[in-house]
Design a protein around this ligand. Sequence first.
Ligand code: SF4
Length: 369
Amino acid sequence: MDDGALAFRSGSPVRFPFTPAVEAETAPLWDKVKARVTPLEWRAHAPLIAEINRLKRDKGAVILAHNYMTPEIFHGVGDYVGDSLGLAREAQRSDAKVIVQAGVHFMAETSKVLCPDKRVLIPDPLAGCSLASSITAADVRMIKARYPGVPVVTYVNTTAEVKAETDICCTSANAVQVVEAAAAEWGTDRCILIPDEFLARNVARQTAVKIIAWAGHCEVHERFTAEDIRELRAAYPGAEILAHPECPAEVIEAADFAGSTAAMGEYVSRRRPAQVVMITECSMASNVQADSPETSFIGPCNLCPHMKRISLENIYEALVHDRYEVTIDPVIAERARAAVQRMIDLPPPAQPARYDLVKARHHVDVELI
Ligand code: SF4
């Protein structure tokens, strides 16, 4: 097989060779990913990376790359990298006319909600999310009718229509703070936190506010068990185990640290542990490794099949063909923006949230809708 990449322009195959010029241009990027990408893979990726970066400049576009993108996307073509809300806020501040969302559909919607005047493209419109699809706007209206006077806090991993029905959004980094602020503002000791049941249960153990939850799950994080952690401890006695709060509480309890995507990355860069296990999506560890080369990262991890629908090839095609544009009814977008903005307007937490369930209350009732 020749070195280089194969992509499609107007349905016809186009080959991009791995030339000395491409090699020189992409050398700094190769340096970042070579712990996780083989030389053979790089010779296939590099020509397309060079072409995508050229197209971005020509079209005034930026690429928002989520932490769960593969390293050649995250480090190769991402202009802004991070979690979904951080990406959308970076995009808001940029002069770019076009945003390409290297992430799943609800993330592209959040970018469109926060950047209504920019053209937002998603390389694969079928890149969904089990959490986002677990609840609809009609479900939220039903919940509000059942619990009048109780604030509705919605995780950002939801569609724009769901956000539009809710009072305030939250992320895994600020969920405890948002729940407490909402309960105080509404003058109640209860709060609805949807749609992630495990995030809601983990938050409930950090606060005196009574949590009402929805039975949505992230299909990546729900599969981890406490038994997985016990086996990892036995196999790697010195490793520090980090887990995402979308995991079940038994996993969080067994881990050394639990926190949002940002908090996990910050933990590794601050403490520089020799060995780490990240109980989350596979690409997260690959991408953190580039900035922490002295730490060795051990599996297991689970792949998100939705995130993995995004590739260099369909990012290239999105830029060439201006597809697939994300549109949102302006009325829905305005209401969703209000819910996101309400969260943004809260004072920032002193540090990224930590779910310290060892010190938390041990018996907390969560009402499941
Ligand atoms: S990792 Fe989980 S929450 Fe994130 S997009 Fe995949 S299914 Fe959704």
